[in-house]
Design a protein. Sequence first.
Length: 276
Amino acid sequence: MDGTLTQDEINALLNGMDLSDSSNNASKDEPAGSSDDAPAATAGAAPASNADALTDISFCAAPGETIGVIGGTGSGKSTLANLIPRFYDATDGQVLVRGEDVKTLQLQALRTRIGVVPQKALLFSGTIRDNLSMWNPAVSEADMEQAAKDACIYDFIIRQSGGFNYMLTENAANLSGGQRQRMEIARALATDPKLLLLDEPAAGMNPNETAELMDTISTIRKNFNISILLIEHDMSFVMNICERLYVLDYGQVIAEGLPEEIRSNPKVIAAYLGGE
């Protein structure tokens, strides 16, 4: 299993359902968060069998820090992203969010602490208000408006007929790729999460949309004491946003460090950038 969720699985998890799959082995010791001043994301795993999707993974993301996880197809980065909000459970190790093991938390409570922006936008036919709130009574009108401003989509919304009552078509086909992604980010921010998890957010975007997305993420990083975990395959994208990078290859970390260190790392050049 490559760690990618289906549309039905993601719809289910948004409602707090447990999607743990024993066939998706991911050996991992991951504290993915802690107290307000402690790491908001940490990961680790002991060596395991060939069936394990991830081994020897260990990292942390402090409040206000942007961490990038990069790797090619099949490297395990999507599996890693799915373990933190418990879309799947790790078979070994721990995932912590602000110091609490995610397995001890109710799923709905956990997923209000983690704002997840999936690779494919999950917007449905309905009003912008319903798409942002997901009918969660804890998300107020003020929460939605602030989240839309933080995600740099508020001005677009209020220009539409009906504002937050503007109707989106199925999969928000009446929005651009960049607008859909910012809607997803606004929905993720509406619950005031401690960790924002972005899974391939720039996928399918043109250069202008990618640049706007980078500005949005930079704005969130500047204005909030929130940890950001960015899962990407686009090296240039993460180089311009993240303070630290982890590079995965076949389920293991082959390099970690500052962007400039990763750019010149021989293992990364050989495994990821196509060097000899």
